[in-house]
Design a protein around this ligand. Structure first.
Ligand SMILES: Cc1cc2nc3c(=O)[nH]c(=O)nc-3n(C[C@H](O)[C@H](O)[C@H](O)COP(=O)(O)OP(=O)(O)OC[C@H]3O[C@@H](n4cnc5c(N)ncnc54)[C@H](O)[C@@H]3O)c2cc1C
Length: 401
C-alpha cells in the first residue's frame, strides 16, 4: 500500500468520540472507514452540553458548527451561587470570549451536536455505519495484524481485519480493557459515588413564573454549589428548554431498576469537557495518521505506530490536566461548612472584585484561556514532524500503541 488514505479505519462506538473519529478521517481523505455501534440507532438521548471555542474551532473545520451554533445559547456570563441561599459568590463576564478566541462559548443540546456530526458523516461515502453490531472480542492488535470480532444483534458473529482500530466504546470500553490487560495494567473504573441527574424544563412549564422565565431568557450559565453537590443550569435549544444537571452523592445506580434510570448506563462523574476532549482527540489522531511518511513507496507499520505515539504525546498532558482540574473543581465546589469553605468564598469574592482567577476552574478566566485558545489541529500540524523524528525505532519497537 502506498497511499496512507487507503488504510482501513475501524471505529468501535458511534458516540461523541466515534462520530468525530469517522468524520475526522473522512475529512482527511481516508476512503474506508467502518463504524460499529451496538445500539440500533443513535437515538440521541441526553440534555445540555457545553460548546467551548476550542470545540467550535474543530467542528467549523468539518463544516458542522454553523448548524449547531444556530440553536445554541451564547453564554455571556457565568454565575456561581451558594445553593442554600442563592447568594452570588462570583459573576464572570464572558462577553469578550468571541473577540479573544474567535468563537463564543455556547451551550446546546447534545442531540444537536451528535446529530450534526452524524449528518455530516452520512454525506461522506467513505463512512459505513454498522448499527446493532457490537464488538465482542479484540483478537490481535499489532504490530502486523489488527483483528476483532463483532456480532450483529440478529446474526452470526464475524471477524474483521483492519489497519487501525479506534476504540470509542465509552466508559465500559472493551477495547481499553483488553489493551490494558495485555500490558498487565488494571482497567478498573473507580466509582466516584456520585451521579448526575438531568432535568429539562420546557418553556410552557416555566412561563407562568417570572423568575423562572428570566432564567430561561438569559444568557447566563448558573452554578449552585453546596456540600458534596452542585447544579449546573442554562437555557438550550433556542431557549425553549432550561437544562439542569445535578451532581450529587448517589448509590442508587447500583440498584437501578432499569437502564432508563440511568442514561445508557453512564454513571460517570460529570465531566464538563469529556465530549470536547473526545472530539479534539479524533481530530488529532486523524492528523497524525495522515502525516505518516511513506518509505520506498510503502507504508511502514513501524512508522504508523510511531505516528500513533505522536498522537498520544500531543494529547496526554492536556487531557490529564483537565481531568485533574475536574477533580479539583469537584472537591472545591463541594466543601461543607468550615475554614476551607470560608477561604474558598473569600477567593471567590476577591476574584469577583478584581476579575482574577476564581476557585471554580471552569469559570476562571486564566483556565478558559488555556482551554479555549488551543487549536488542536494546528498544534498537531506544527509539531508532528519534530515529535515523530524524535521517537526512535527502538522506542516504539514496532508495536502499535
Ligand atoms: C451529566 C453529564 C454531562 C456532561 N456534560 C458535558 C459537557 O457539557 N461537555 C462535554 O464536553 N462533555 C460532557 N459530558 C461528558 C461526555 O458526555 C462524555 O465524555 C462523552 O460522551 C464520551 O464520549 P465517548 O465517545 O467516549 O463515549 P460515548 O459518547 O458514551 O459513546 C460510546 C458509544 O459506544 C457504543 N458502544 C459501547 N460498547 C460497544 C461495543 N462493545 N460495541 C459497539 N459499540 C459499543 C455505545 O453504545 C455508545 O454509542 C457530560 C457527561 C455527563 C454524564
Amino acid at each position: 500500500m502506498s497511499d496512507v488514505k487507503d488504510l482501513r479505519i475501524s471505529v468501535i462506538g458511534a458516540g461523541m468520540g466515534g462520530l468525530a473519529c469517522a468524520l475526522a478521517f473522512a475529512k482527511k481523505g481516508f476512503k474506508k472507514i467502518d463504524v460499529y455501534e451496538s445500539a440500533s440507532n443513535l437515538g440521541f438521548v441526553g440534555a445540555g452540553i457545553q460548546l467551548a471555542p476550542n470545540l467550535a474551532r474543530v467542528l467549523d473545520r468539518w463544516g458542522c458548527w454553523a448548524k449547531i451554533h444556530a440553536d445554541a445559547t451564547t453564554v455571556t456570563s457565568s454565575s456561581i451561587r451558594e445553593g442554600t441561599t442563592n447568594r452570588e459568590l462570583a459573576l464572570v463576564k464572558m462577553h469578550d470570549v468571541v473577540d479573544l478566541y474567535g468563537y463564543s462559548h455556547c451551550v446546546g443540546h447534545r442531540a444537536s451536536l451528535a446529530g450534526s456530526m452524524f449528518e455530516a458523516c452520512q454525506k461522506e461515502s467513505a463512512i459505513t455505519f454498522h448499527f446493532s453490531t457490537a464488538l465482542e472480542t479484540l483478537n490481535n492488535f499489532g504490530p502486523d495484524k489488527v483483528s476483532f470480532t463483532v456480532k450483529p444483534r440478529d446474526g452470526e458473529a464475524y471477524d474483521v481485519e483492519t489497519d487501525i482500530l479506534l476504540g470509542a466504546d465509552g466508559i465500559k470500553s472493551i477495547v481499553r480493557t483488553t489493551l490494558l490487560k495485555s500490558i498487565n495494567s488494571s482497567a478498573e473504573v473507580e466509582d466516584t459515588g456520585q451521579a448526575a441527574y438531568r432535568i429539562m424544563l420546557s418553556r410552557s412549564q416555566m412561563e407562568h413564573d417570572p423568575e423562572m422565565l428570566e432564567l430561561l431568557d438569559s444568557n447566563c450559565a448558573l452554578r449552585w454549589i453546596g456540600e458534596k453537590r452542585h447544579i449546573v443550569a442554562y437555557p438550550i435549544s433556542n431557549k425553549t428548554i432550561y437544562n439542569l444537571s445535578t451532581c450529587q452523592p448517589d448509590t442508587n445506580f447500583a440498584v437501578a431498576p432499569s437502564m432508563t434510570y440511568t442514561t445508557r448506563g453512564d454513571k460517570s462523574v460529570m465531566m464538563k469537557v469529556g465530549a470536547t476532549m473526545a472530539i479534539e482527540d479524533a481530530a488529532v489522531v486523524a492528523e497524525c495518521v495522515s502525516a505518516v511518511p511513506v518509505t520506498d513507496g510503502k507504508i511502514d507499520r513501524e512508522a504508523l505506530s510511531r505516528s500513533l505515539q505522536v498522537y498520544e504525546l500531543l494529547r496526554k498532558d492536556r487531557t490529564a490536566i483537565l481531568v485533574d482540574m475536574a477533580e479539583y473543581s469537584g472537591r472545591i465546589l463541594h466543601l461543607g461548612e468550615g475554614q476551607a469553605k470560608e477561604e474558598r468564598d473569600r477567593q471567590f469574592a476577591e476574584g469577583h472584585k478584581k476579575g482574577n482567577g476564581i476557585p471554580d476552574k471552569w469559570a476562571s478566566p486564566e483556565v478558559q484561556q488555556m482551554i479555549y485558545s488551543h487549536d488542536c489541529v494546528a498544534s498537531a500540524q506544527e509539531n508532528f514532524a519534530e515529535i515523530f523524528s524524535s521517537l526512535t525505532r527502538e522506542k516504539t519497537n514496532g508495536v502499535a500503541k
